[in-house]
Design a protein around this ligand. Structure first.
Ligand code: ARG
Length: 562
């Protein structure tokens, strides 16, 4: 990574000048008009060595040797205590070559095993815009981790054993619908109907909860209903996830944790971690150091029913035994943070899995322009299917020629619109869902990125020369800026990986595309001299390789035309 390399050179400069600190830090300059990179460590040196920054500065400058001159075309000291670094063209070009490979210049990490839990849809309920967020963010994080060389197991963790199943079974029985007649339309009709009735009718709700409890206790009739509901609902979900290019290795659910609930309960008992409270079983997870109230985890209700926390704890138990993961990650709505805090603490206390290897990666709400969770005019959250259709319509309405695009390309663009909109927002923040804005070809949008890629590809196709294998010349300022930006890519991916934040990649790719656009507006590649065409061809080829790889990490596929 480029900053690491630069840090080594600057450290060398420090040492030869008689200064030693453990960690030298070099960052991309925030004044690109003045220099490319910057080091602020002189302030530290000044404190340690009791010398004025200016003295240190001039000492350093007098020790710049031939090797450093090859790397830096300019090293300056500026008050109050910065080192401004300008890279030599030669060094820039050499390092572009390092990026020009499959890993974009990244060294693979020592392989670890990750389990990532995302998607988490509830069986028998239609998927809506919120489910898209966990699917996209989760899939992107999965791809980033894999790109770093790790093994990742993706688990959808279906909500497949909750109250909604009891509600649907109740509705089916009430309407005398036989098991074989259950299809997705039945589910889409019955679930909202009964769930709405339950809101006003406590008795009905209790009745549905009883059905759910019997199902969990293996009642054979309800099990048959449940299996069919699961089959119908999951096959419908699969179509939507396929459309989003989101893939899971495990289609497990809460129900898969049931065989381990008793065992986990025994562990909790044996370690004296649980207490009885009004007939229920609770685990105290608070700590003396807590600054806010952490209520106990409710493991079992007084009627013997298990809950969301119990299945999540038992799921960890199951995952650890089957897969021995080094990390387990959860991409879940921010509003579930407390739940996971309780579960993680309990897992740690019970020695099931260490707290530090469990990560809650919360995401914010998708809001309407009123800043409330996004709803259509009828007051409901639109289903994912409706959302895809709506996006398609808006995209087509933007330009008449869009209508004639291949269906496959339109689908890819719909994906890019929705995914880039989502991933360019930091996952933990809420964002306002504005399809019209997201589908514009101008602005920080998916179509803008795709358009840039397709445009560059066209330029490359029109070149009638063989592109050289490395470049030795930089012709102008925008050319230089673009190359410098490309050099940042390994670091960007690494940062996204460490923070589990695809937004770093989305931000970067946008900035890269802005530069690419001004590059080809300034530099008319097709009419340039052969020499320039060869050099620029090399840079543009590398640029598109970078964009394509990064789009893949953002779960975005490129259409053949735009
Ligand atoms: N089904 C849950 C919900 O709709 C999300 C599941 C998240 N994952 C988990 N392991 N609890 O809220």
């Amino acid at each position: 990574m480029i900053t690491q390399k630069l840090e080594k050179y600057v450290k060398k400069l420090f040492l030869t000048s008689g200064y030693n600190i453990d960690k030298v830090t070099v960052n991309v300059s925030n004044r690109l008009d003045l220099c490319d990179y910057q080091c602020n460590d002189i302030f530290k040196l000044s404190k340690i060595y009791h010398q004025a920054p200016q003295v240190i500065g001039s000492n350093l400058l007098s020790n710049v040797d031939e090797e450093l001159k090859k790397v830096f075309s300019k090293i300056e000291f500026v008050l109050p205590g910065f080192i401004n670094l300008t890279l030599s063209d030669e060094f820039i070009n050499e390092n572009l070559e390092v990026i020009n490979n499959e890993n974009l210049g990244l060294k693979k990490e020592i392989k670890e095993k990750f389990i990532i839990d995302y998607g988490g849809p509830n069986v028998a309920k239609p998927l809506h815009v919120g489910h898209m967020r966990t699917a996209i963010v989760g899939e992107s994080i999965k791809r980033i981790i894999k790109f770093m060389g790790h093994e990742v197991i993706a688990d959808i963790h279906l909500g497949d054993y909750g109250l909604q199943i009891g509600q649907v079974i109740y509705g089916l029985e009430e309407e005398n619908i036989s098991i074989n007649d259950i299809n997705i339309d039945t589910l889409n009709r019955i679930y909202p109907k009964i769930s709405n009735l339950c809101k006003e009718d406590e008795k009905l709700k209790t009745c549905c909860a009883l059905i759910t409890k019997k199902l969990q206790d293996n009642d054979s009739k309800y099990q048959k209903y449940w299996k069919k509901i699961l089959e119908v609902s999951v096959s419908d979900m699969k179509k939507l996830y396929d459309y989003l290019d989101v893939h899971f290795d495990l289609w497990n659910g809460e129900s898969d944790a049931y065989p381990y609930l008793k065992q986990v309960e025994e562990i909790l008992q044996k370690k004296s971690l649980c207490q009885e409270s009004q007939g229920a079983l609770i685990v105290d997870v608070k700590k003396d150091t807590d600054t806010k109230e952490i209520p106990p985890l409710l493991y079992k209700k007084s009627n013997g029913a298990y809950l969301y926390a119990s299945t999540d704890l038992a799921t960890i138990f199951d995952r650890v035994n089957k897969y021995h993961p080094d990390h387990i990650l959860y991409v879940v709505d921010n509003r579930q943070e407390l739940h996971f805090e309780q579960v993680f603490r309990a897992a740690d206390l019970a020695d099931i899995y260490p707290y530090n290897n469990l990560e809650f990666l919360g995401y914010g709400t998708v809001n309407g322009t009123d800043n409330k969770p996004y709803k259509t005019r009828d007051g409901n959250a639109p289903s994912l299917q409706e959302l895809f259709e709506e996006t398609k319509k808006i995209f087509i309405s933007k330009k008449t020629s869009n209508e004639h695009m291949a269906q496959e390309d339109i689908d890819k663009i719909v994906n890019a619109i929705l995914k880039f909109a989502d991933l360019q927002n930091s996952r933990e923040k809420d964002y306002v869902f504005d399809l019209n804005k997201f589908s514009d070809v101008i602005g920080k949008t998916g179509p803008y990125i795709l358009y840039t890629y397709v445009r560059i590809n066209k330029i490359l196709k029109n070149l009638n020369i063989d592109v050289i294998k490395s470049s030795n010349k930089i012709y102008n300022d925008i050319d230089r800026k673009l190359r410098l930006k490309i050099l940042e890519v390994p670091e960007v991916i690494n940062n996204a990986y460490k923070a589990r934040k695809p937004v770093f990649i989305a931000d970067y790719i946008y900035n890269l595309c802005v530069l690419a656009n001004s590059f080809y507006q300034t530099n008319h590649v097709s009419t340039a001299s052969i020499d320039k065409q060869q050099n620029w061809g090399y840079v543009l080829q590398l640029l598109n390789r970078v964009i394509k790889q990064l789009l893949n990490l953002l779960v975005i596929d490129i259409p053949s035309k735009m």
